[in-house]
Write a protein that binds this ligand. Sequence first.
Ligand SMILES: NC(=O)c1ccc[n+]([C@@H]2O[C@H](COP(=O)([O-])OP(=O)(O)OC[C@H]3O[C@@H](n4cnc5c(N)ncnc54)[C@H](O)[C@@H]3O)[C@@H](O)[C@H]2O)c1
Length: 344
Amino acid sequence: MTQNRPLGFGIIGTGAIAGMHAEAINACEDSNLIAVCSSSPERAQKAAAKFNVPADADRKAFLSRKEVDVVCICTHSGNHLEPALEAARAGKHVLLEKPIEVNLERADALIKACKDAGVTLGVIFQNRLKPGYLKLKEAVQSGKLGKLLMGTAAINWYREPSYYSSSSWKGTKEGDGGAALINQGVHTIDLLLDIMGDADAVFGQVRTMVHAIEGEDTGTAIVNFKSGALGTITGGTSLYPGNPERLEIYGEKGTIILEGGKIVVYAIKGESSDNASQTDMGGSGASDPMAIDYKLHQGQIKDMVEAIRKDRPPMVTGEDARRSLELILGIYRSSAENKLVKLK
Ligand SMILES: NC(=O)c1ccc[n+]([C@@H]2O[C@H](COP(=O)([O-])OP(=O)(O)OC[C@H]3O[C@@H](n4cnc5c(N)ncnc54)[C@H](O)[C@@H]3O)[C@@H](O)[C@H]2O)c1
């Protein structure tokens, strides 16, 4: 049914990140934005003007639109499940914003619903498409770094108090699942797991030190990977002025370090460091949540369209996205119980 026309996309939730989805969808050749869905008639009216497409306040009406093949879920993190369930049951493919959800029960229900409905589920982790990261991944996969010994992720960011006070869900347990690690840190933690493989156990400590929020604004963890490698994570939204996130990967044959997604150290035995040349792309949200551009989202929209057309898994599946959630929840539990937490 969709062979002769671009895939039709709809967006549920028309807040900050929805604009990036709309730009990305319209920038791809094989996708069109058909309609959006907002939570009230007033918001829907504003959204229709902003996105220049029809907007529904009623989710049933939105999901009954036949030209919508794929639904982007851009509601807050603790409200990904319900819209995704309804979209899947209406036969729509689902592309979710990170993190997949705020607890494993909700994440698993979401993954199962898409599987049961036979629709494709993809999750946005756009930093996987940054050129520096792709180069790091290629070096690891081709064995250039040798056996991996240690991976560290540092997302030592800053958010103004108004970032939390102006939102009804950010920094809350129910809406955000926590704060700095699950909302901001999750991007780099996803990359850490994508490179190092699954974590076996974690010891974490989290604190709320600066912001008046329920979730953590500062956190740290030691990770044991299943491979036997070690790792550390530090993260925060309390750490003024907010430094570009770092991902450091150490192997038997060398080191690659990314800062703000860009390679700053590329040192492999027997290889010239000139190999590290790369273009920057996508920005860093170190101090400004919207200092990112839509091009990386565009890459994931394109991948989602191809995955649906070719009936293959998307770049980041629901199961992939579940891994970072599980590790972050493990850090929270470890901190609460003050002990090492075994995962799975
Ligand atoms: N990939 C990234 O870099 C990135 C950046 C920012 C946010 N995000 C993620 O995107 C999601 C949304 O974040 P945001 O910053 O856009 O939040 P936001 O608060 O700006 O927008 C969320 C919107 O969803 C709407 N909404 C909530 N429930 C709804 C429902 N049942 N039906 C329709 N609309 C509903 C709200 O009214 C609001 O407009 C979060 O999961 C967040 O983690 C990802």
